[in-house]
Design a binder for this molecule. Sequence first.
Ligand code: MLT
Ligand code: ZN
Length: 468
Amino acid sequence: MINLLDHLAAALGPGGVIIAPEDIAPFGTDWRGLVSNMPRAVLRPRDTAGVAAALRLCAAAGVPVVPQGGNTSMVAGAVPSRDGAELVLSLSRMNAVRAIDAAGLTMEVEAGVTLRAAQDAARDAGALLPLSIGSEGSAQIGGVISTNAGGNNTLRFGNARDLVLGLEVVLADGTIWNGLRRLRKDNTGYALRQLFAGAEGTLGIVTAAVLRLARAPRQRQTCFCAIPSVEAALDLFARFRDEDEAALYAFEYISGAAMAVNQSYMPDFRLPLETASPHYVLLELATTRRRDPLRETMEAVLADALQAGVITDAAIAESEAQRAAFWAIREHLSESQRRAGASVKNDVSVPVAAVPSLLARAAAMLGARHPGARMVAFGHIGDGNIHLNALQPEDGDAAAFAARGEDLMEDVNAIVMELGGSFSAEHGIGQIKTHAFGQLRSAAEREIMRRIRAALDPAATLNPGKLF
Ligand code: MLT
Ligand code: ZN
């Protein structure tokens, strides 16, 4: 390893290899603090050639490499799976926005650009990068693509995968694939860019991407609603979709229990409504049309819904600051929950119509089989993707609760599978969901993936211990 590190330092130049224990420590622990495995060293290439040189050297030495962007994975997908034996390859120094084509609505960015920096660059060019997730200030484009991130605008624009037009990837043996094409149509064999998107860094390391942009909206209307039931949330969703599906950019659900956790742990928390409710929806309409009566649409649908008892109260954001305050409540849920103690995160999806049944059955199951566990549900209800998280009992023992995590997850997943859903809707598999992946995906499906992985990474040096 010493010899390898010398070669890597020579290939990557000044600052390219970090070995001091205090400097590498943050790269070994995941955002949720579930896994702590120190890397042997951290590699910080400045360019694609550096990534290729590093992977070539590591492959020859048989040393595993863990690609890491913002390290915001919810499933420990970007930290080592063993202590002291793997190298982390950080993409942070590859952070250039290479080009923006505002007329063609594309942007080319390096893997280490944060999602927020990419959004800002698109906005400054008069366009919209239509991907929004809670961790966008830290999450980097390479990780966003490698995990096929979803988030709040999937409903309207799809997941990260749907925004990828072209990719640049370095394979385990150092081969560079430059597929940075910016074409809407390109039917030339296997869609390799789709293979690497969502592969969690197991097939190659994404070093740059061409992303599809959208036109910047000229109007937005954002509303916080109190809802009497989950069924009512879906009723409201149907009403807005029927009225103007293209304008429905986001439709997010927050349970009363999730809001209560926020209330306890979010600094400066302020509920935007007069009174607390058992359920809430945060929704956003937007349009690129100058003369669209968007506000009238919002008010008319809300008025009908109020009369029908589908909502009990609503507040429309009257300023950009108020809109930001509404979204801050939604985006702070994960952080509040992290502060509240040990959690089991079930990032699940079911067909949209099955969401009420999912939540009712999960609540009953938790009460019966995991007494004291608090169900903290929220998420992208318009996609059928609910973060059906379970929080440790109040005043309970965090370690004891975490120890029962796998059982709890299995119980939730059993319900999810019966409803025709998925046990990981947007967070991926990483190290935390490998057991569920082995149990709930068919042998044939896993074998296809195993063969693809073995073909591209025969020495198994790329992100080992992740997926399977
Ligand atoms: C979110 O949508 O805020 C995250 O994906 C969910 C989570 O922290 O469970
Ligand atoms: Zn989410």
